[in-house]
Design a protein around this ligand. Structure first.
Ligand code: HEM
Ligand code: HEM
Length: 186
């Protein structure tokens, strides 16, 4: 039987998944933006290779995280939240989980469609998911691009919501996802 505070807080495993994946998403956007401005060359390819490796790491962690979460439901939302806020919070979390799969998979398929290899930090090479296909490449590239905007927009909303909970509602929602913090604030 979990005690009161463990039912109100995310566990250390959930927090670790959350913050490691969040940090990797930031790394992905930084690498993509650095690479996007460069002409074709060794430096651009090295940044892209790193983008692919970190992206495939997100995919592996997302699989583990989802499997783990299916067995370990999150703590309930604070009772003070309206039905609309609850729906928005759930929709955001579901959208995140979908994107944590969709972003790497569209990236991987895009590379496969060009027959460009996807290595994992030089340790091994992932197999191609589809055959060489220029039309599919363009479609997947656009999809990857559009999804990255959607991910960015949801992340901004998510952070604003977390800050609103912390500074406006003062309901401890942010603290329960933060390591090294204790009970909820009110
Ligand atoms: C969570 C994972 C990922 C995120 C957040 C992400 C995000 C991004 C972003 C923001 C861009 C720049 C989009 C643009 O301006 O066109 C980009 C480009 C790109 N991504 Fe990813 N990506 C992820 C995973 C992957 C993976 C796993 C691969 C391949 C295995 C990949 C391959 C690429 C490629 C090749 C480009 C350049 C596309 C072009 O030529 O315009 N990405 N990604
Ligand atoms: C792009 C990066 C991020 C992603 C992909 C992400 C994703 C998620 C997901 C999927 C959940 C739901 C966890 C679950 O129930 O399984 C969650 C919860 C949460 N996230 Fe993030 N997050 C990101 C960045 C952040 C940042 C920067 C903050 C803080 C400012 C934050 C604060 C929170 C909080 C407080 C919760 C718990 C919400 C609740 O209690 O229901 N997240 N996040």
């Amino acid at each position: 039987m979990p005690n009161q505070s463990s039912r109100e807080r995310y566990t250390a495993v959930a927090q670790t998944f959350h913050w490691v994946i969040a940090a990797l998403i930031v790394v992905q956007f930084v690498l993509a933006n650095l690479e996007g401005d460069l002409p074709i060359g060794a430096h651009k390819l090295a940044l892209l290779a790193r983008h692919k490796s970190f992206g495939m790491t997100v995919l592996m962690l997302a699989i583990l995280r989802l499997l783990w979460r299916l067995k370990n439901p999150p703590p309930p939302l604070p009772s003070g939240m309206s039905a609309l806020e609850r729906t928005l919070a759930r929709a955001t979390h579901i959208a995140f989980y979908v994107l944590l799969f969709a972003m790497p998979l569209t990236g991987w398929m895009m590379s496969s469609a060009k027959n460009y290899s996807v290595s994992w930090f030089g340790f091994f090479t992932w197999p191609n998911l589809i055959g060489k296909n220029e039309g599919a490449f363009e479609l997947l590239r656009t999809t990857h691009h559009v999804l990255s905007y959607i991910l960015f927009a949801i992340a901004v909303l998510h952070v604003l919501a977390a800050l609103k909970h912390h500074f406006w509602n003062k309901d401890g929602v942010l603290l329960r996802m933060l390591p090294f913090t204790k009970e909820k604030r009110s």
